[in-house]
Design a protein around this ligand. Structure first.
Ligand code: XIL
Length: 375
């Protein structure tokens, strides 16, 4: 009798343990959690695109249904010299996405950053004319968008054209062509793939000035008959900025233009912003370094808790407005992949993403699932 009871207890504990381990964030695919609400996406680096980071790929295939290339589709990578396109990495990215049935995003066609210098100068190094720059833009956009027609579903057509105060960034595109470069970029992209979704994408989108600047730019484009289907809020945020209410105001304002809203590059830095520190005492150097890179041995519980609250607050907001959002994309698979380890200071250790350096889902990933499935 005792033997039977022991066996039964043994079975019961196995069942309990199995169901507990099954109920971890590793096995609740985020893409199922948000099904019917919005796509959940991730940015891929070239090690992932080429299948070298197999642990990361397991996460990508399990949890995400949308991908974007972190770097290899920027103009500097695609057309490093005029007319000499390099499509190796981008082709592989699109192939990977197709094989895994992912909603594929192209990032980014027109951006002042990571653009090759030749784009703006002639063979003597002098600035090109408006006509030449428009022609180069047209050629770049047409070549790239046509190549992936039907396979890339959405393009970040213009990235970061508006400053925090709502005025236009004085990029080369702006100073040489004028604000019309934005309209032209969208028109060229639309002509090359009329089915593709076309987005305007930018950071610090919760600032009032930028919010107003973007809304009036989009409304003006709409009046001109230009097709802008979405507005991407990059979502590079911190533990204490921006206020969720400001982020929400922008989501609503952008949605009010009739565009789909998407959170395109989500990461939450836990590190101090070095630009708030001033002074130049070289003896303070060690202290200073330690102060701006405080978590090299791991994240203290209190900071982990703050990070968790922050992620939960943001996802609560996204879920509240899921009818206005078409996608949430995180900017990297694991903490080890994040660009924030090297920006704005090189060689720090940040913890901004959903998966840690051991490829494990952070505890709040499961909590996100629970708030999503809660009625
Ligand atoms: C970053 C990449 O993550 C880095 O690897 C690269 O060195 C610089 O660019 N806004 C954008 C992204 O639109 O393309 C940037 O990506 C991050 C800020």
């Amino acid at each position: 009798m005792r033997k039977i009871v022991l066996i039964l207890l043994g079975c019961l504990s196995t069942v309990l343990i199995t169901s507990y381990t099954n109920y971890t964030s590793e096995t609740i695919p985020l893409k199922d959690v948000f099904k019917g609400k919005f796509h959940i996406g991730v940015a891929l680096n070239t090690r992932q695109i080429w299948g070298r980071d197999t642990n990361a790929l397991k996460i990508v295939k399990t949890h995400f249904n949308s991908v974007v290339a972190e770097n290899c589709m920027k103009s500097m990578s695609l057309q490093p010299r005029e007319g000499q396109f390099q499509f190796r990495d981008a082709d592989q990215f699109v192939e990977f996405a197709a094989q895994n049935n992912m909603f594929t995003i192209g990032h980014t066609l027109i951006w002042h950053s990571q653009a090759p210098r030749w784009f703006f100068v002639d063979e003597h190094g002098n600035e090109v004319s408006r006509e030449v720059l428009i022609e180069r833009m047209k050629n770049h956009i047409t070549t790239v968008v046509s190549r992936y027609k039907g396979r890339i579903k959405g393009w970040d057509v213009v990235n970061e054209a508006i400053l925090d105060d709502g005025s236009f960034r004085k990029s080369k595109f702006y100073t040489i062509i004028g604000e019309d470069f934005i309209r032209l970029a969208f028109e060229f992209a639309h002509a090359a793939d009329p089915q593709a979704e076309l987005y305007y994408n930018d950071f610090s989108m919760s600032l009032e000035g930028k919010r107003n600047g973007v809304v009036s730019m989009i409304n003006k484009l709409k009046k001109q008959g230009v097709r802008v289907t979405g507005i991407g809020m990059q979502g590079h945020v911190g533990l204490d900025y921006p206020k969720i209410s400001d982020f929400e105001k922008s989501m609503l304002a952008f949605s009010g233009t009739g565009a789909k809203v998407m959170i395109t590059e989500l990461d939450v830095t836990v590190l101090p912003n070095p630009r708030r520190n001033t002074g130049a005492d070289i003896n303070q150097n060690y202290e200073y370094k330690k102060a701006i890179n405080p978590y090299i041995d791991g994240l203290p519980d209190a900071v982990e808790a703050k990070l968790q609250d922050r992620y939960l607050d943001f996802f609560r907001l996204f879920l509240k407005h899921h009818d206005k959002i078409s996608r949430v994309t995180v900017w990297g698979v694991t903490d080890g992949d994040s660009w924030l380890n090297n920006w704005p200071v090189f060689g720090r250790k940040d913890y901004p993403l959903l998966f840690d350096r051991q490829y494990k889902a952070k505890p709040f990933v499961e909590m996100i699932s629970r708030i999503s499935t809660k009625k």
